[in-house]
Design a protein around this ligand. Sequence first.
Ligand code: ATP
Ligand code: MG
Length: 233
Amino acid sequence: MLDVRDMHAYYGKSHILQGVTMNIQEGEIVALLGRNGVGRSTTCKAIMGEVQPIGSVEFKGKSIAGKKAFEIANLGIGYVPENRDIFPGLTTRQNLILGLKSGQKDGSGRWSMEDMFTLFSNLRERADVEASVLSGGEQQMLTMCRTLMGDPDFIMIDEPTEGLSPQMTQKVAELLKEIAGRGIATLLVEQKLAIAMDIAHRVYVMGHGKVVFEGTPEELRARDDVRQEWLEV
Ligand SMILES: Nc1ncnc2c1ncn2[C@@H]1O[C@H](COP(=O)(O)OP(=O)(O)OP(=O)(O)O)[C@@H](O)[C@H]1O
Ligand SMILES: [Mg+2]
């Protein structure tokens, strides 16, 4: 589904991504781990075209490097950035509708608004309330659900459980499994090792702008050296 090879990216003169190589298949949850500032969010932005990638980025066998973010979204990539950017003055329902692509109707894709309300009863209860009054966790649910309304084939979710209660974190984990169950490929950027180890099929660990470990959660569990050098604080 997604195949990234030797991807570089810069902010001005700072060489942030220094040759990232990764791939993600249909229905696969791949976790991208690493300490603060190693370039995990930049990896998502470069795939999405929000930061210019240098190198090879292929989606469904076609090059997307150099395309604009809206073109990449239309090809079927969804992105939920770290900041929960809901539209605060609009209701939950209106926020969800804004996730639909032009020409798409509610229910024409894999996900309907009703699915979202079934998955998250909090959102149903707050359907007609301004999104600004939702809790942090509910806003996180809403941004993920809004992206899903656009029916992506591949979704990148940046630190969805940050600041959430254990119950909300559990709900996010359930949604991620549901996403994978519908055949969507997921790149999950996480800080919490436990959730990544629990739900990811494969794990990439990043350090200083490149991938320093790739393997299954079991393989990472066996590598104390990798965890100590690249993950633990
Ligand atoms: N817009 C920007 N301009 C200049 N430098 C940036 C910009 N955004 C990020 N950086 C720098 O690029 C590096 C990688 O940032 P990135 O946001 O990808 O990190 P991250 O791995 O997502 O970590 P975290 O989310 O914990 O901050 C950091 O050193 C950061 O300071
Ligand atoms: Mg980040």
